[in-house]
Design a protein around this ligand. Structure first.
Ligand code: TYD
Length: 143
């Protein structure tokens, strides 16, 4: 279930794609994320990845408690998810779709298209202590 409070372990199936409310007319489109509706946690921070050089990858870590929604607001990107046992890949290529990632999911972002921008809406302020950056440590902690 989106937003279920799992601080110890999560499964890749808990990473859910979220349809974002989009209003459009001849002037273009407006997409909205509401806390408590599309975003299943209180938002404490927003940041975005941009100007990622071709062939580069980002992520390659997990968070102990942070919840996140990713939206590829421009271009496309491949998200690799791993829960310590199972893995899954999701292509984000629409500004009207978000991806919810619960805590304790190892994630990698790769295959950024030219001019890709990935918005990240998260539940925690920045805290390096919340990161697990070593895959072996993550697999041990995810058990
Ligand atoms: P990181 O989360 O590792 O980025 P990515 O997963 O996209 O590769 O962060 C990259 C660097 O930026 C790292 O030195 C920590 C810093 N950083 C902040 O200072 N504040 C933030 O809110 C974030 C997300 C990162």
């Amino acid at each position: 279930m989106v937003g279920s409070d799992k601080s110890v372990s999560s499964k890749v199936e808990d990473c859910e794609e979220i349809a974002l409310q989009t209003v459009g007319d001849s002037r273009g489109f407006l997409t909205v994320m509401n806390f408590g509706a599309e975003i299943p946690f209180e938002i404490q921070r927003v940041y975005f990845l941009h100007h990622v050089p071709a062939g580069e990858s980002r992520g390659q870590h997990a968070h102990r408690s942070m919840k996140q929604v990713l939206v590829c607001v421009s271009g496309s990107v491949e998200i690799s998810l791993f829960d310590g046992l199972n893995s899954r890949k999701i292509i984000l290529d629409s500004p009207t779709r978000g991806l919810y990632i619960p805590p304790m999911i190892w994630r990698g972002l790769s295959n950024f298209s030219n001019s890709c921008v990935v918005l990240s809406v998260v539940s925690n302020i920045y805290d390096e202590e919340d990161y697990i950056r070593d895959l072996v440590d993550f697999v041990a902690a995810a058990k």
